[in-house]
Ligand binder design. Structure first.
Ligand code: SAM
Ligand code: SF4
Length: 326
């Protein structure tokens, strides 16, 4: 088992499979971003080896993300290999959904259980503006394909002031009246190059709840307000689904954090909002044994940071979100 010095048991790994993406969301990456050469990224067998090592350390929950995980070559095979790893119980993916019409079924067959599909607005023009060129109809097709394939579905919306913080969040929340989905609203977080834009655009959970309840009626806490992962859950009266609020900036959930991240270039990132990372790619390629890699991972996790420094204006500058894996 992997513990940090604060006694937190870390057992959830988010793996960024690629820094590449078929969209360019304004809060995530600059339009002219340069992606890393493929050789600098973890190769399929390197991912496989690290997943075995993490699983042996008690990691049982895995999420594939990016960049856009579905643009990675061999994605179905990668999912299958992770799903077959002893100790792996849950395997989910965060995706923009564009490739799901083709991939939902084979991914489900390979062992994927859930998808979190990012959809910041159901308004086609605004969707195009936020993603710089995406078509929201393609995301809907992906969500429908996921339902047909029997995948669990959550929708993720990053809320950006003056883009989607009013009628768009209401439209998204309204979906829970008719669908058994969790629609989650994520506070925008500041990273790297796009930090200036982001800080001005953060919309708090409280403000969002007020906007939604003014339009759709009262919101009641689910499970007496206990966190579901990182989300506080609410429900609209008479709805089938739930609303989740992920407020990493204004209400950090560090005490209950169980996660670590593996970046596409093989760094163990201990906290999304802190620059501290441990290089696993180098020892992996220099012939380290499983025991040596295990020791490096355990040592890194021991020093996992507590809390972000956003209030003190400490912003992670070394990477943008797509490189870390959201
Ligand atoms: N491409 C996939 C997607 O969009 O779902 C997976 C990777 S994306 C980086 C993972 C999640 O991070 C998405 O839900 C995205 O909206 C969110 N995200 C990206 N930039 C963010 C930011 N600056 N603050 C908060 N969430 C962000
Ligand atoms: Fe791509 Fe996801 Fe980032 Fe949007 S949020 S640019 S879909 S990686």
């Amino acid at each position: 088992m992997a513990f940090d010095r604060f006694g937190r048991n870390i057992n959830y790994l988010r793996i960024s499979l690629t820094d590449k993406c078929n969209l360019r969301c304004v809060y995530c990456m600059p339009e002219d971003i340069t992606f890393r050469p493929r050789a600098e990224l973890l190769q399929d067998d390197e991912i496989d080896r690290l997943v075995h090592i993490f699983a042996a350390l008690g990691f049982h929950k895995f999420r594939l993300t990016g960049g856009e995980p579905t643009v990675r070559a061999n994605i179905v095979d990668i999912v299958g290999r992770i799903a077959r790893t002893p100790g792996v119980e849950t395997i989910a993916m965060t995706t923009n959904g564009l490739m799901l019409p083709q991939l939902a079924e084979p991914l489900a067959q390979a062992g994927l259980q859930r998808v979190n599909v990012s959809i910041d607005t159901i308004n086609p023009e605004k969707f195009k503006k936020i993603t710089r060129w995406g078509d929201v109809e393609d995301v809907w097709a992906g969500i429908e394909a996921s339902e047909r394939a029997g995948l669990g579905i959550k929708l993720n919306a990053v809320v950006v002031r003056n883009y989607n913080d009013k009628e768009d969040v209401v439209d998204l929340a309204r979906l829970t009246f008719y669908h058994d989905w969790q629609v989650r609203f994520i506070e925008m977080m500041p990273f790297g190059d796009v930090a200036d834009f982001q800080q001005a655009g953060v919309v708090s959970e409280e403000e969002l709840r007020e906007t939604i309840s003014a339009a759709l009626g009262p919101l009641s806490p689910v499970n007496e307000g206990a966190l579901d992962g990182e989300a506080s859950l609410y429900q609209l009266e008479g709805s089938m689904g739930t609303l989740g609020f992920i407020s990493s900036v204004t209400q950090p959930f560090c005490a209950s954090c169980t996660r670590a991240r593996l970046t596409a270039d093989g760094r163990l990132r201990l906290c999304l909002l802190r620059e501290k990372e441990v290089n696993l790619l180098e020892p992996l390629r220099n012939g380290a044994t499983d025991q040596e890699l295990t020791d490096i991972i355990l040592e890194g996790i021991w020093w996992k940071p507590w809390g972000h420094g956003l209030q003190q204006n400490v912003i992670p500058l070394n990477r943008v979100m797509s490189e870390i894996g959201g």
